[in-house]
Write a protein that binds this ligand. Structure first.
Ligand code: NI
Length: 188
């Protein structure tokens, strides 16, 4: 599969989030955007990276990007310091997307809609390491976005979920939970 990428947004340094970062960055020349520690880690490996930190905005050619709080951890697989984990709010030309990253439900999420009217939120729903479905529904209220793409579920034992039950819970809360197959795509 040949991926095309201009930017790679890295929320934190855990293995299940960064395993292909170097390969994709090398094959595409994409710029890695992440927190300071992660950006520096990749710059030291000769890759292009743009460091940010919590609360910071930067305008890229695709729009404005803000790195925001997440409650999680962020060590690299080799134990080196991956800084503090975060999420990204993308304000594009036509659509706004919140990549929440691996996180618990946080009160800070209520800050997002004060500045950005979201079209899509990418929320973890697998529980155990992040929030689960019930907290994701509350998060969807906090961020005032009913259109949710689920992530961080089913890929290994402790985060396996009942997808149909999850979709029904969102549906009953008058929200839309989308779940992508591997290799799948959605259009906004
Ligand atoms: Ni993680």
């Amino acid at each position: 599969m040949s991926l095309k990428a201009d930017y790679i947004l890295v929320t934190h340094a855990h293995q299940d989030h960064i395993l292909d970062v170097e390969a994709i960055a090398m094959n595409t020349g994409a710029i890695i955007v992440s927190n300071y520690e992660i950006a520096i880690y990749y710059q030291a490996r000769g890759l292009k990276a743009h460091p940010m930190n919590h609360g910071g905005n930067w305008t890229f050619d695709f729009g404005n990007l803000k790195y925001v709080n997440a409650i999680h951890t962020s060590s690299f697989p080799d134990g080196s310091n991956g800084g503090q984990p975060g999420g990204f709010v993308i304000e594009g030309e036509h659509k706004n997307i919140y990549i929440v990253g691996d996180t618990a439900l946080t009160m800070d999420m209520k800050l997002i809609p004060l500045q950005t009217k979201l079209d899509l939120a990418i929320l973890p729903i697998g529980d155990n390491f992040t929030m689960g479905v019930d907290d994701a529904i509350i998060a969807s209220d906090f961020i005032e976005c009913d259109k949710v793409l689920g992530m961080h579920y089913d890929t290994f034992g402790p985060i396996e979920i009942d997808s149909e039950a999850a979709k029904k819970k969102f549906f009953d809360a008058e929200k839309d939970l989308m779940l992508l197959e591997i290799g799948g795509a959605i259009e906004l």
